[in-house]
Write a protein that binds this ligand. Sequence first.
Ligand SMILES: [Zn+2]
Length: 168
Amino acid sequence: MDTTNPQTMPQATLLLPRIAYDALRAHAEEAYPDECCGVLLGHAVPGGWRVNEAVRAANERTDTPSNRYSIAPAELVMIVIAARRRGLQIAGFYHSHPDQPAHWSRTDLEEAHWIGCSYVITEVAQGRAAATCAFLLEGTTEEDKQFTPQVIHLQDDSGPYAPGKASR
Ligand SMILES: [Zn+2]
């Protein structure tokens, strides 16, 4: 399969530059034992997103930052404005799961409102980034929204990234 031409990509695909992948995983390790969070900027491609960069955001949850994340609305607005100026869209969001699997939680689904966007989750095991997985928020309303696993394709010459496998 050609992993560089969006026209041939399967549904629910996330094209992620390795530099952005490394950056969000580094952020996850730095924030440990709390959750980190950030925004993915890029462009829509058939069946998914092509990410240009990962932008860090502060986790404003101070009550339970080890198992919840929240980006302050004011910070998100600034990120959206800066992105639009550069012709980029909000492709998705990322956060980490300290000592929990890289799979969405019930709370993650409840608090996810950007239908059509990707949600990337990194497991941090004992302070080290482990699996990184992506989920596409599909549906049309708050009632029928659901997460669908997305295949992450790292954009370098190492080929497709297998979800669930740590790269180091
Ligand atoms: Zn989560």
